[in-house]
Design a protein around this ligand. Structure first.
Ligand code: ZN
Length: 459
């Protein structure tokens, strides 16, 4: 009997052991996993300053995060930037957190870290039972440079006389290479570019006041270095107020019946609108849309001063409308709209050949809403000329054109009531008065003499 009992006990123990062994084995396999935690370090540049934050993402998909340690080693001294232990979910199940992103500020001043080289070190451990329950460990180190000094800005150009709606050039030297620098006209940023002078730290920034910005407009140079340190520098400038003309444009039914079908491609759903409301839509929404498209196009600019000397205007042409004319649109003797005319209208005989105002690269040749067939030439460093309402053009994008080369012919495409050339000059994203660029003395006093003086200083 006893032996029988023993046998049956044994029979029970064996399956019991097997049943027990399965989960134990499963726990051992999962808890002894060898997958290492991951570290992702986001550095904007190798150089880091006082204000920048390091973004460090850590993750461990299998066992979860146990510990994160971030330190900085400099001249044999170690500074702990961050230490964090994560709680376990339970004795057997592992960690409660599988990923986390830390924003770490080095704060050199507070921590007594000096400018210069340092090594950033990151250690992450997980909740695996490997390494005698210490977990899998990932270590990452990265050489960085601590830089807390702000860049110095030395304004080289001396005189800055700017008209409301006019352009200007400032030349400045930076004490170090910066990730971004240029001129702020209130909120509007005009980037400065190196490339014209042998010294890479000498930059030129063409900037402009729009037609509304008169005396009292705030202008300054700002620079941000690769470590995020920022400097501002003011400079001497004088702003001349300009009063622009008023102009009345009478809109007739004849004009509308002739012109509006051209815009049906932009507003096919508006076929029910009255012809007057269709015009208002074109003059407001499509005008705005055309402007936005144009501003996107002029972002492409080369860091080469392609142009030289005075800009050409359409030969034997009469001014039909001026820059920043305050236009009032009348329909059946009632004011229906107001817009600002941001170019000069030049009329000659119909289909007159148009010379490129100066040397440059074609950045656009195509149709843009109210402007109709349009060519835009980049003259470098953010300066561009625009030719609109053309009947035809014979240039293509990326083509280099020389001063005086025929690029197309005048016409009536877009929102034009008669054959003419709408001629605009843009500085970065701002329309400026083209008259300045037709004036030899203005170019000499405001642009070329500044560049020549800066070259003398450089040599
Ligand atoms: Zn015009």
């Amino acid at each position: 009997m006893r032996t029988k009992e023993k046998k049956s006990k044994r029979r029970l123990i064996i399956p019991f052991c097997i049943i027990l062994a399965i989960p134990v084995a499963w726990i051992l396999i999962t808890r002894l996993e060898g997958g290492k935690p991951s570290i992702k370090l986001d550095l904007l540049s190798q150089t880091t300053g006082a204000s920048q934050e390091l973004s460090i993402s850590v993750a461990d998909v299998k066992s979860g995060l146990r510990r994160v340690w971030i330190g900085l080693l400099q001249n044999g001294m170690e500074t702990v930037l961050l230490e964090k232990d994560f709680p376990a979910k339970g004795l057997i199940v592992g960690g409660s957190k599988y990923e986390e992103t830390f924003k770490v500020k080095i704060d050199p001043d507070k921590r007594g870290i000096k400018d210069g080289k340092a090594i950033l070190r990151i250690v992450v451990c997980d909740f695996s039972w490997r390494q005698w329950f210490k977990g899998n460990r990932t270590y990452l180190e990265k050489n960085i440079i601590i830089d807390t000094k702000s860049p110095e800005i030395d304004i080289i150009s001396r005189f800055h006389n700017i008209s409301q709606g006019g352009a200007c050039l400032v030349i400045y030297k930076l004490s170090e290479q910066c990730s971004r620098s240029g001129v702020y006209v209130e909120e509007n940023f005009f980037p400065g570019h190196s490339g014209h002078f042998q010294d890479k730290n000498i930059l030129m920034a063409f900037f402009a006041l729009n037609y509304k910005q008169g005396p009292g407009t705030k202008i300054f140079v700002k620079a941000i270095d690769h470590a995020g340190n920022t400097s501002k520098a003011g400079f001497n400038y004088y702003i001349k107020r300009k009063v622009f003309k008023k102009d009345v444009i009478n809109i007739s039914d004849k004009f509308l019946n002739w012109k509006m079908p051209e815009f049906d491609i932009y507003t096919p759903q508006d076929s029910e609108l009255t012809i007057k409301n269709k015009f208002l839509k074109v003059n407001r929404a499509i005008r705005k849309d055309s402007y936005n498209k144009l501003i996107k196009l002029v972002e492409k600019t080369d860091k080469v001063l392609y142009w030289d000397g005075v800009f050409l205007r359409l030969p034997k042409s009469a001014n039909k409308a001026g820059f920043a004319d305050n236009r009032v649109y009348k329909y059946k003797n009632k004011i229906i709209d107001r817009q600002i005319h941001l170019g000069i209208d030049l009329a000659s005989i119909a289909h007159s050949p148009i010379p490129a105002a100066n040397k440059g690269k074609v950045v656009f040749a195509g149709s843009i809403g109210i402007y109709g067939k349009t060519v835009i030439i980049d003259h470098g460093f953010g300066l561009q000329s625009m030719y609109a309402h053309l009947s035809s053009y014979n240039v293509e994008e990326k083509q280099m054109v020389s001063k005086g080369e025929i690029i197309g012919r005048t016409g009536i495409t877009g929102l034009a009531g008669g054959d003419h050339l709408h001629y605009s000059i843009l500085v970065h994203n701002t329309f400026v008065n083209p008259i300045e660029w037709w004036d030899k003395a203005w170019i000499k006093n405001n642009i070329s003499s500044k560049i020549n003086k800066a070259k003398e200083i450089e040599n």
